[in-house]
Design a protein around this ligand. Structure first.
Ligand code: FA5
Length: 332
């Protein structure tokens, strides 16, 4: 009987190794261990053997059963792995796929807006600069003439980063810190624009986002006046929106400009949109960056890019700009 058991074991092992699918393997398992199996038939005969022969045949039977179960498990893992591979291959997305007759994707409306504005300003003789989104207190506030306990710090609801001294590292609340980086890194004359993403800890609604975009403009040179500021804002309003659009300035307050103003643009239907802040660069800010305020003056402005893009394209809820809804995104 022992020879018979060994023969079944060898044959069954070959069949297990040759099983091509998990279904086939399942069937084989039932064949090998089911009631009608060859091994099952031999097991029933064990009782009729002499005690010594029964013990040896029983041992051989257990060994064969265990070896076959191990072989089944091994083959199952191999087949399962290749089934997973086949499924992954079948479900793989080709992200480089080009849909017939159209591009697979395009730049987001805000990115398009940034690029278009960069073109407008480069055409006016400006260079483009960038700064980090995680800022230190010096660049985001202190160098911009925000007093340490000045309530103006509360004008911008700040996200603090848990690094360094408490409240030392922030997600930048505006693009104005890039002004400081530009002035620290280069001597006047400076004609720079600085687009980028900014962060504020505020509730979102149709006209407010917690993560949005601004574009900052900075000019520092000899003899720069408020008239240059107003003229530049009006120039870019017409270049971006068209000749029917105008801008206006209203007195306001920012610690880093003096005098300061807010500027609005007027749509052709006569309504106004608050777009940004501006003013003459405060002498303290120039001095903080090592620029002599007696020799140079400058103007700066910064505005919300999301609002600008939404206005031009008739988007009535800014939150759409942060959505991943392809039906919205495809329109631009
Ligand atoms: C500033 O951020 C100043 N740094 C602007 C500035 C630059 C003034 C240079 C002087 C000189 P303010 O917090 O007002 O200012 O924001 C500027 C513009 O960003 C707003 O007019 C608005 O268009 C946009 N903005 C502000 N908060 C949000 C928000 N939560 N969601 C979308 N746009 C916003």
């Amino acid at each position: 009987m022992i020879d018979e058991i060994r023969r079944i074991q060898a044959e069954s092992t070959r069949r297990i190794d040759g099983a091509a699918t998990l279904d086939e393997l399942g069937e084989l398992q039932r064949d090998l261990f089911g009631k009608a199996s060859e091994l099952g038939g031999l097991k029933k005969q064990l009782g009729g053997l002499a005690p010594e022969a029964r013990r040896e045949a029983g041992l051989a039977m257990n060994e064969a059963t265990e070896a076959l179960r191990t072989a089944l498990d091994g083959r199952r893992s191999i087949l399962e792995a290749s089934a997973r591979r086949a499924q992954a291959d079948a479900e793989r997305l080709d992200l480089t796929e080009v849909r017939a007759g159209r591009d697979a994707g395009h730049l987001h409306l805000v990115t398009q807006t940034i690029e278009e504005l960069e073109d407008v300003f480069v055409g006016l003789g400006f260079t483009v600069a960038e700064g980090p989104e995680v800022e230190d207190d010096w660049h985001n506030f202190t160098a911009l003439n925000f007093g340490q306990f000045h309530p103006a710090r509360d004008m911008q609801d700040t996200f603090f980063v848990g690094l360094g001294e408490p409240k030392e590292v922030v997600m930048r609340t505006h693009t104005s810190p890039v002004q400081i980086r530009v002035m620290e890194g280069q001597a006047p004359p400076i004609y720079s624009v600085m687009p980028g993403r900014v962060y504020r800890n505020e509730a979102t609604d149709s006209t407010h986002l917690a993560v949005f975009h601004q574009l900052e403009c900075l000019v520092v040179d000899e003899g720069v006046t408020f008239a240059h500021l107003a003229g530049t804002i009006d120039r870019f309003t017409k270049a971006y929106f068209g000749p029917g659009w105008t801008s206006r300035l209203r007195p306001s307050y920012f610690p880093f400009t003096e005098p300061s103003a807010e500027f609005d643009i007027q749509r052709p239907d006569g309504t106004w949109l608050e777009l940004g802040g501006c003013g003459m660069v405060h002498p303290n800010v120039l001095a903080n960056c090592g620029i002599d305020p007696e020799a140079f003056s400058g103007f700066a402005f910064g505005f919300g890019l999301d609002r600008l893009a939404a206005t031009r394209h008739g988007v009535t809820d800014l939150r759409e700009l942060a959505s991943t809804d392809i039906r919205f995104l495809e329109q631009f």
